[in-house]
Write a protein that binds this ligand. Structure first.
Ligand SMILES: NC(=O)c1ccc[n+]([C@@H]2O[C@H](COP(=O)([O-])OP(=O)(O)OC[C@H]3O[C@@H](n4cnc5c(N)ncnc54)[C@H](OP(=O)(O)O)[C@@H]3O)[C@@H](O)[C@H]2O)c1
Length: 259
């Protein structure tokens, strides 16, 4: 299905991957309006100005299931023509499971809510909207770590594996419809994701710059039908551990469960 949408919402567009995607998406062939979402209003205003009005900022906090519902209602009210969404907002917490007594479960619960429950709830609300329009694209953002977990970000990896599983199931549910379900699975990419852990300086020696990464994502999104948009490490993890799952799903689901 061509990615020729008119109004694309990027959730989490004030920094990193989401910001760079929003900036690049305004130039794809369908020349969409891009709705950039985040909590930092000053950054959204700067994005709007730099884009000459092609990006519209929408201030919203999507930090909980309830807030996610309020956000989707606001989006549909202000931009009823929204026909694509990239659910990109996410957080990452480090933890040392060899010192379990020090693990801050509250922070991991919050990470789970932000990274899994929020995409789950956004999916329900936005798919209700897309079904009424009989078109739309829902794109989730996972990670190479969804396929190849790392102990020091164990909970993060689990959230991303859960989003991947959800994405596959939604893709199956909508496979014979004009509604497209896809996944962007980044490797380590330049962003502010690691600022809170204080690991940005160390990781910046290895990460892929946004200027290299984003053109590859846009190319796969617009020029290919790739349902899983993977690059470098995430492409390797995908081909080693995930390849074949979709075909197995097609063969596995009993005909009796199909509507
Ligand atoms: N960078 C990587 O190496 C990498 C690798 C694999 C996967 N990913 C995934 O890529 C996605 C984007 O991350 P990034 O690396 O670009 O990180 P980032 O620079 O920290 O950007 C995160 C974005 O999410 C938004 N956000 C976070 N919490 C929010 C909330 N409660 N409400 C609204 N917006 C919220 C932030 O906006 P505000 O703070 O303004 O609200 C920001 O725009 C994440 O899902 C991440 O897990 C990143």
């Amino acid at each position: 299905m061509p990615f020729n949408y008119s109004t694309i919402c990027v959730v989490g567009a004030t920094s990193g991957i989401g910001k760079a995607l929003a900036e690049a998406l305004i130039n794809i062939p369908s020349k969409p309006t891009v709705i950039a979402v985040g909590r930092r209003e000053d950054r959204l205003k700067a994005l709007e100005q730099a884009s000459g009005g092609k990006i519209k900022g929408l201030v919203a906090d999507v930090g909980s299931a309830k807030k996610a519902e309020v956000f989707v209602q606001k989006l549909i009210k202000e931009f009823p023509q929204t026909d694509a969404i990239i659910v990109n907002a996410g957080v990452q917490r480090h933890q040392d499971w060899f010192q379990p007594e020090k693990i801050d479960l509250e922070s991991l619960d919050q990470e789970w809510e932000q990274n899994y429950t929020v995409p789950l709830h956004i999916s329900k609300h936005i798919l209700t909207h897309f079904k009424k329009q009989n078109k739309g694209a829902l794109v989730t953002v996972t990670s190479g770590l969804a396929a190849l977990p790392k102990a020091d970000t164990a909970n993060y990896c689990a959230t991303k594996a859960a989003v991947r599983s959800l994405t596959l199931s939604l893709r199956f549910a909508y496979k014979d419809t004009p509604i497209s379900i896809r996944e962007i699975s980044p490797p380590l990419v330049e962003s502010e994701l690691h600022d809170q852990q204080g690991t940005t300086d160390a990781l910046s020696k290895f990460w892929i710059p946004l200027a290299t990464y984003i053109p590859d994502v846009i190319n796969q999104l617009v020029e290919t039908d790739n349902a899983e948009i993977c690059t470098q490490f995430s492409a390797k993890a995908y081909s080693n551990f995930e390849l074949g799952k979709w075909d197995a799903m097609l063969n596995f689901s009993p005909a009796t469960l199909k509507k």
